[in-house]
Design a protein around this ligand. Sequence first.
Ligand SMILES: [Zn+2]
Ligand SMILES: [Zn+2]
Length: 361
Amino acid sequence: MKRLYRVFSVLCILLLVLSLVSCAYQEDMAAAALKENPIADAVADTFSSGEVKVHYIDVGQADSILIQLTDGKTILIDGGNKGDAEVIDQYLKSQKVKSIDYLIATHPHEDHIGSLPFIVKNYNAASIYMPKLTANTKVFEDLLTEIKAKGMKVNTASAGVSLIESKDTKLFMLAPNGTEYDETNEYSAVIKLVYKNTSFLFTGDAEAVSENEMIKKNLDLKADVLKVGHHGGRTSTTEAFLKKVAPQYAIISVGTDNDYGHPHQEALDRLQATGAKIFRTDEQGTIVASSDGNKITINKAPVLSGAKPVENAVNYIGNKNSKVFHLPSCSSLPKPENQVKLGSRQEVIDTGYTPCGICKP
Ligand SMILES: [Zn+2]
Ligand SMILES: [Zn+2]
């Protein structure tokens, strides 16, 4: 009996040791599998990379912008033209987007809502925002039909609407500030996204009237990245507005050889004068800006780099008696007591000075 007991004890100990060894082995295997599993890594990337991604999808002469937040939430601002449904669909699929948390139609022009009937039908949108304005167009009717078919209601897009307000991420609207405008473009929802210390501004097709209203209301327009209003049209992106936004990066969503001459040279000049780096979807395709909360990186090099004029720079030297101006290197500069320091060439000409015949400034 005693012997049997001893054999049993030994067996028990053996079993215990074996099970412990196998447990440890299994844990090692699990850890190794996790390390080598690319799918596990991809999932970890999506939810813990800490990056906000803004995709300015190349939809030609139109707008469509996808935003992916760090918590996996998605926002779609505008849906291109009607013919862009497949482009947007493919792009959303490539980014593994299955549903949209906030769908925003900035205003009911076709180049902004064209593919939204398709998107509403095929993607689950948790909420939809549009300015209070109707359009007598087939595409607008189709959009309302699809929204109704999903049993959804439209939320009004207007200044003061807050969509997300968490510690690190804020998404809110700065326009429209009025309820009646002559131009449909002025009804555009203007949206600001703030992620930690970085910010993005999306202005739809808002033009000077809406820009001035935002300035007058003293709204915080400052943004690192500006989606340039109305595809770079002349009547948007005013100097006063740019002064408030002071963007580092300007993205123009525009089609090659479009009928409108967008982007307009004057708008480009104003953007360059702010020192912003300019990106264009017609020349560069889809542009993706990523923010880690402190730094923004863009997947393309800018097509134009703004050069901020150095304030108080002396570019020319004038003769206060003869009103002739010279390059500082000219061999026949006026006597020091007659010299006036002058800034930009335009400023010099505007004040009535004429170029020197020798250095021809
Ligand atoms: Zn447009
Ligand atoms: Zn428009």
